[in-house]
Design a protein around this ligand. Structure first.
Ligand SMILES: Cc1ncc(COP(=O)(O)O)c(C=O)c1O
Ligand SMILES: [Zn+2]
Length: 404
């Protein structure tokens, strides 16, 4: 395992590979650093192809050793062409990265698998998090698979399907009377008091690295080529910035040549990162009011880094109108057969904005991330469900067809 230390993105000091969420000196975010001689030796196309069918095939660039026995391992999700959606939007080549195929149907299984491996290494027995829903599902399932306890803190008014898909694994759910940002602050405070593995607080440096595997997989599945653009939803901004980092690492290793432009999307009712991108300033916290509950983070920890990643790759970050989110969920479902949740509704909206702005078109190879499953947010499309009730009689069906 070539990770050697944690490095502060702000003050550049190094720290031991322990459970420290932020730099003890300046509270900046910490990233694992790797022994690049070792990475160059071990992170090769051949070694990866011979590795497990999961994120652990990229172990030399993950900050923790894979478990000896891999349980419910996420990753290597399908990358599928979407020609009908490409036509509808005016694109030449569009691919969907189906992270709904992970064990709890979102990309969060990737980050939790890495954080949980670190928790086990440190001998911690309880996995905990603050969550807008998907992370809670992933923490609860991972704890069940590993024989750990799970405790999650979610806003009290989360979609019931997200709470249910956490409860079923035996997790303790605290339904916090407040927003996600209250849950987040609560877990930061509790992390000083409790010997728990707070995956997105004390283990955040390890957790966030799990997102990079999306970049690695996209490149590998395209035959070790980078696409022209990747379209990604933004809440905390960690996923977006880590995808930028992932492609940067592949370039450093000579595994891909090009740098994809990164386009991000936020729903208008919670768009602090899109606003900062548009205004050219720093991210200012907002009070979320959006249909896209999974993206409802008003004070995004990695927001400024996401803005930097968009600028650094020649991409952009868009705010998508609230009314368009559900419309886009339907468009995605009807043109691809993929039922994404509200977050992909936002992501499709960002793609539309990039096409409308002339940033993307016929000549681009584009990958859109489907990060979460529509079966967890079904109420938004409930009005589309209008079954024709009929007697079990073929003549009745034929009569209706003739009348139509
Ligand atoms: C389905 C889905 N997509 C995207 C995101 C955004 O991830 P990040 O907080 O890393 O920006 C989330 C966050 O919860 C999510 O649940
Ligand atoms: Zn620092």
């Amino acid at each position: 395992m070539p990770a050697t230390a944690l490095h502060c993105r702000i003050c550049e000091t190094q720290h031991a590979l322990e459970a420290v969420g932020t730099c003890p000196r300046c509270f900046g975010p910490l990233d694992p650093v790797y022994d690049w001689d070792e990475v160059e030796r071990t992170f090769t196309r051949e070694a990866i192809a011979a590795g497990p069918s999961s994120i652990w095939r990229y172990a030399p660039l993950l900050p923790v050793a894979p478990a000896a026995e891999s349980r419910l391992a996420p990753g290597l999700t399908p990358l599928v062409p979407a020609p009908r959606l490409a036509d509808a939007l005016g694109l030449g080549e569009l691919w969907l990265k189906l992270d709904t195929a992970n064990p709890t149907h979102s990309f969060k299984d990737r980050v939790v698998a890495v954080a949980a491996a670190k928790a086990r290494e440190l001998g911690l027995e309880t996995l905990a998090c603050s969550s807008t829903g998907n992370l809670a599902n992933a923490v609860a399932a991972r704890a069940a698979a590993e024989g750990m306890e799970a405790v999650v803190f979610c806003p009290f008014d989360l979609e019931p399907e997200k709470l249910l898909a956490t409860a079923v694994y035996g997790a303790t759910i605290y339904a916090v009377r407040g927003s996600y940002d209250h849950c987040s602050r609560l877990t930061v405070e509790l992390s000083f008091e409790l010997d728990w593995a707070f995956v997105n607080v004390t283990l955040r440096s390890y957790y966030a690295e799990g997102s990079k595997t999306l970049a690695y997989e996209i490149a590998e599945q395209l035959g070790w080529e980078a696409p022209d653009a990747v379209i990604c939803p933004i809440a905390s901004g960690a996923l977006f910035s880590k995808i930028g980092q992932g492609f940067g690492e592949l370039r450093r290793l000579g595994l891909v040549d090009a740098k994809p432009r990164l386009y991000g999307g936020q729903a208008e009712g919670c768009s602090p990162v899109a606003t900062a991108f548009a205004d050219g300033g720093r991210v200012q916290p907002v009070r979320p009011a959006t249909v896209a509950r999974s993206l409802a983070i008003g004070n995004p920890a990695d927001g400024d880094f996401a803005v930097a990643a968009a600028h650094g790759t020649g991409g952009a970050i868009y705010a998508v109108a609230e009314g368009e989110v559900v419309e886009n969920m339907s468009l995605l479902a009807e043109t691809t057969g993929v039922f994404g949740e509200t977050a992909p509704g936002v992501t499709v909206g960002a793609l539309r904005r990039a096409v409308d702005a002339g940033e993307l078109g016929e000549s681009d190879r584009v990958v859109l991330l489907v990060t979460g499953d529509g079966l967890k947010t079904p109420e938004h499309v409930a009005d589309r469900c209008r079954p024709v009730e009929i007697e079990p009689n073929a003549d009745r069906v034929l009569e209706r067809l003739a009348a139509a």
